[in-house]
Design a protein around this ligand. Structure first.
Ligand code: F6P
Length: 461
């Protein structure tokens, strides 16, 4: 514990529910972004171990990997069910992704969520030194700063929300929203991906909580002053481009190429989640096949969708729905030597994925809502500059704010997505190069290092 203001040079402490432990494949944007931030700067990564134990003992397990120290704890089945499956993923996740119809509110889940956050606060407070800068991530840990402040932690604490933040009219549908969302004021800086998310936060604080908004997105609520900023997360652009080029020599890429037999590849890669718009995407592809018979046998759509949160009923449901839909499309259009859709439920290392992206003439990224969507950025960075593919991107992914040279679509409008697919498949080389260069310029400038530096710069300023 301490009562001293932090200085610029202190350790970085990253806190997130999901921790990408050494030698684990990092899934999702948060884990890969935090891993590279910590590897560059060094520091401590605190969170859940990914393991379920007989009880939540709160004992921390430490590991060291180069400049990064990991402190993780196991959770009991019941805490995990209430905190992660329950409140985080059955209450907050659907709400944050504009799906109030799926919100399952249960007081027991909220109690579990607060219990785990309190335990994190207790253990973390013991590790914090006066100059440390604390960076807490995502919707699992909203009240953590308030709980640390109760333990007299006065360090700079930043929060980054990796999901969208819906408008205040939706946020107020959450039971006891003031008690939860009001705790965001305990942070010094709240980072969001887009100006729309920032507006939602400010509107909520001003109109629902009576906070005052000053210049520079500074908010005052009770005795707390804090700021909301837009920091669109990036990727390690150079690394992805290099991995994609090198992947050309991998056996798996040669196998994919051989299996395509000259057909054009369309690729989608998403966690199996209802926010990703997969049923609508499948339908749009079926629409393309229906109205453009000349495309038959000439295209192949590879959808990679590693299952996630498989104990949550809505996720089991979407999995069943997609199996049916992929089967239906193949049943309708396949020929003995052609399967129009390849639906794969495995996850693959990033280095191999970048090779798949490079080989695909179209990247199809159509979430109904997404905080950022790093697949869109990785697809662009993986392309061959001489012969780049085309990105078809949902307007409702945060990435659309930066990648305006993608073919932007409303994912619910399956005709529009089918139009974009046709346009992408027939786009002249000069136009593909022009669009790609403009998107790549953005990705080179706003890469993962720039993101980390701008967030931490604003937090420690
Ligand atoms: O979108 C927010 C996020 O934290 C991503 O970083 C990641 O893809 C996902 O959610 C993590 O999911 P989980 O930890 O539940 O597997």
């Amino acid at each position: 514990m301490n009562a001293v203001s932090p200085a610029r040079g202190g350790r970085l402490i990253v806190v997130s529910n999901r921790v990408a432990l050494p030698r684990q494949t990092a899934t999702g944007g948060l884990a890969s972004a935090m891993r590279s931030a910590l590897q560059e700067r060094g520091g401590l990564w605190f969170g859940w171990s990914g393991k379920i134990a007989n009880q939540t003992a709160g004992t921390l397990r430490y590991q060291q990997d180069g400049p990064v120290r990991y402190a993780t704890m196991d959770l009991s089945r019941s805490d995990h069910d209430h905190f992660y499956d329950g409140y985080a993923n059955r209450t907050l996740w659907p709400l944050l992704h504009y799906r109030p119809d799926l919100v399952d509110y249960n007081r027991g889940h909220l109690d579990g969520y607060l219990r785990v956050n309190r335990l994190f606060a207790e253990r973390l407070a013991e590790l914090i030194e006066p100059d440390d800068v604390i960076w807490i991530n995502d919707y699992h840990l909203i009240p953590l700063a308030a709980m640390l402040r109760q333990r007299h932690i006065r360090n700079r604490i930043g929060f980054f929300l990796h999901t969208p933040l819906p408008a205040d009219g939706l946020l107020i549908t959450l039971p006891r929203h003031r008690e939860l969302l009001g705790t965001l004021a305990s942070y010094d800086l709240i980072g969001l991906h887009t100006a729309r998310d920032q507006r939602s936060l400010e509107d909520y604080f001003v109109h629902e909580l009576g906070a005052s908004l000053r210049r520079g997105h500074r908010l005052r609520y009770g005795d707390r002053r804090f700021r909301a900023g837009v920091f669109p997360i990036g990727i390690d652009t150079q690394q992805v481009a290099q991995d994609a080029k090198q992947a050309d020599s991998l056996e798996e890429i040669a196998q994919l190429r051989a299996s395509l037999d000259g057909r054009v590849l369309i690729i989608g890669v998403d966690r199996l989640d209802y926010s990703k718009g997969l049923p609508q995407r499948f339908e749009a592809y079926a629409r393309l096949l229906e109205r453009a018979p000349e495309m038959h046998r000439k295209v192949s759509f590879l959808q990679i969708a590693p299952p996630s949160r498989g104990t949550v009923p809505e996720y089991r449901q979407i999995r069943r729905e997609l199996e049916r839909s992929a089967g239906h499309i193949n049943g309708t259009y396949a020929a003995p030597d052609w399967a129009p859709i390849r639906y794969v439920n495995n996850s693959f290392p990033h280095s191999l994925l970048s090779g798949y992206y490079r080989h695909a003439k179209v990247g199809l990224v159509t979430p109904m809502r997404d905080g950022m969507n790093l697949v869109a950025k990785e697809y662009v960075a993986s392309q061959d500059p001489d012969d780049p593919g085309v990105l078809v991107l949902s307007r409702f992914a945060g990435a659309a704010q930066e990648l305006s040279q993608a073919l932007l679509v409303n994912p619910a409008d399956t005709e529009e997505v089918a139009d974009a697919l046709e346009q992408a498949l027939s786009m002249p080389l000069a136009e593909r190069r022009r669009r790609w260069r403009s998107m790549m310029d953005v990705l080179e400038k706003q890469d993962i290092t720039a993101w980390r530096q701008s967030f931490l710069g604003a937090l420690t300023d």
